[in-house]
Design a protein around this ligand. Structure first.
Ligand SMILES: [Zn+2]
Length: 182
């Protein structure tokens, strides 16, 4: 394959991935980070293929992307859905820390999209947006705030706040225990 063909294919794959991310309402800064396309090209892509498409109602979000891992632990449902999504990231190999986190390859970006789309298909009422999914992935790779741990009672693998002292039971067992004790 000639270099020009290779560059063309790579550019096309980047545009395809960016369109996929736009349809999930990702912010420009997140799409830029994942595809390395410029903000200008992403905005042009949106205007050319998505903005006037009446079949898709894609909103463009402005402002900062979510960055607080504590958001995933705010209630039992977000914690449960985040654990499912985190598990999918693990299955796709996205949590392997042997790869350099700063380098986001196109394959890596496509795998992230596939994991998120599988999560959406598995939930009738998903509460995690693509932006939050990206935040979760980065947090799980950092392993500083969130990590997976097994509940000693029911052996469920769940998300744990690394900065808080370990509790004896997960979010499902703890209320049950309190009800039994009452
Ligand atoms: Zn438990």
């Amino acid at each position: 394959m000639r270099i020009t063909d290779d560059r063309y294919t790579r550019d096309r794959l980047k545009l395809d991935l960016a369109l996929r991310l736009i349809r999930h309402e990702a912010r420009t800064c997140t799409i830029r980070q994942i595809t390395t396309l410029s903000g200008d090209r992403i905005r042009k892509l949106y205007r050319a293929y998505v903005a006037h498409d009446s079949d898709t109602q894609v909103r463009r979000h402005r402002g900062k992307s979510p960055s607080q891992p504590a958001w995933f632990l705010r209630n039992a449902e977000t914690r449960r859905q985040a654990a499912v999504l985190g598990g999918l990231f693990g299955l796709c190999g996205l949590l392997e820390t042997t790869t350099e986190p700063a380098v986001v390859s196109l394959r890596w970006g496509a795998l992230f999209c596939s994991a998120f789309e599988t999560y959406l298909r598995a939930h009738s009422d998903p509460c995690i947006s693509l932006e939050h999914a990206w935040c979760l992935l980065l947090a799980l790779r950092r392993q500083q705030e969130l990590h997976f741990a097994q509940c000693p009672r029911c052996e469920t693998l769940g998300l744990i706040d690394r900065l808080k002292p370990a509790t004896a039971a997960c979010g499902w067992c703890a209320p049950l225990r309190q009800a039994v004790a009452a």
